[in-house]
Structure formats: structure tokens, C-alpha cells
Design a protein around this ligand. Sequence first.
Ligand code: GDP
Length: 171
Amino acid sequence: PPPPSSPYRVVLLGASGVGKTAFASIFAGAADSMDSDECELCGEVEVDGEAAIISLIDKPSWDSECDQNCPMQSGDAYLLLYSITDRASFLRASELRIALRRCRPAQHTPIILVGNKCDLVRRREVSPNEGRACAALFDCKFIETSAAMQHNVWEAFHGIVRQLRLRRDSK
Ligand code: GDP
């Protein structure tokens, strides 16, 4: 198989407390992490029999003025997290989606809307159908995960790599 090309820059976005750090630790713990100057959290994952290098960007900071250094510009793909136990974080995800669209008009940037903490069934404030409908509206994929139970977290990472490859292959 061909060697993996340069890292895919995957950005974790979402309100505070939704599970971004938990996602990053799962990634750091299991991906074959690599030392690299250009990657803070860089790891190799195998998706569909082919290696991919992901540079995971957690807690990006940016100014309201969006420039080239802004993660809204520099990411190749985005995991847009909310917590199913926190409706405010779901609304925040919508705002972030709109901000992304403003920063990157007319680009088919791979985005997955991620409803995390699906293990907390009795504290659920956002139904799967609402999540799905929001993703359809925003033209992105949707998945519910539990970082605590390590449920669907890798599916989310693999899904983003598949979307990136589709985009690459269609170029
Ligand atoms: P961040 O602010 O987005 O980085 O959120 P963190 O990853 O720090 O998570 C905030 C809190 O939620 C921590 O106490 C985590 O242990 C907890 N947490 C994260 N993901 C899950 C999950 O899937 N299920 C449950 N029950 N707790 C979670």
C-alpha cells in the first residue's frame, strides 16, 4: 500500500465539558503516536486497510478575526462535539457550524456532528433524532458516542478519515 501522505489535521470543536479532552486521550492512548515537530498530537490509524496520519487539534484558540492561523481555516476536518446531557452545548455546536461555514465558504469540509456522553441515558436532553436532523440541516454526518465507555469514538475518527479520502480521491 502507498505510504500515508501528510497528516490530516482534525480539529475537535465544542463547548467546554463535552468530552474533547476525553476524545484526545483515547486517541493519544491508542493511535501509534509519533514524534513530529508539526504535530502536537499526531498518530497513525489504520482505516480500511490503509494507514492514515491524524494530527489532532484539541482546544483550538482563535480570534474573532479569522485568519490563516485560525483553526477554522487550517483544519482539514472537524469533529463537532456536544453532550447529549447539555442542550446548551448542542446549540453551541450549531453556532460553531455556522462559524465554520462563514470561515470556509464553498468548501466541502468534512464535519461530523458528535453527540457524546450517550452512556448518560437518564440525563439525556437532546434526542438522537434532534442530532440527526441538525446534522442533515448542516450537511454533515452524525454519530452518538460515549468517551467514558469508549463507544463509537474510533468510528468517529475512522468516519472522518473516510470522508477526507473521498474528498481527496474526487480531486
Ligand atoms: P472538554 O472540556 O470538552 O475537554 O471535556 P472533558 O473531556 O474534560 O470532559 C468533561 C467531563 O465529562 C469530564 O469529567 C469527563 O470525564 C466527562 N466525560 C467526557 N466524556 C464522557 C462520556 O462519554 N460519558 C460520561 N459519562 N462522561 C464523560
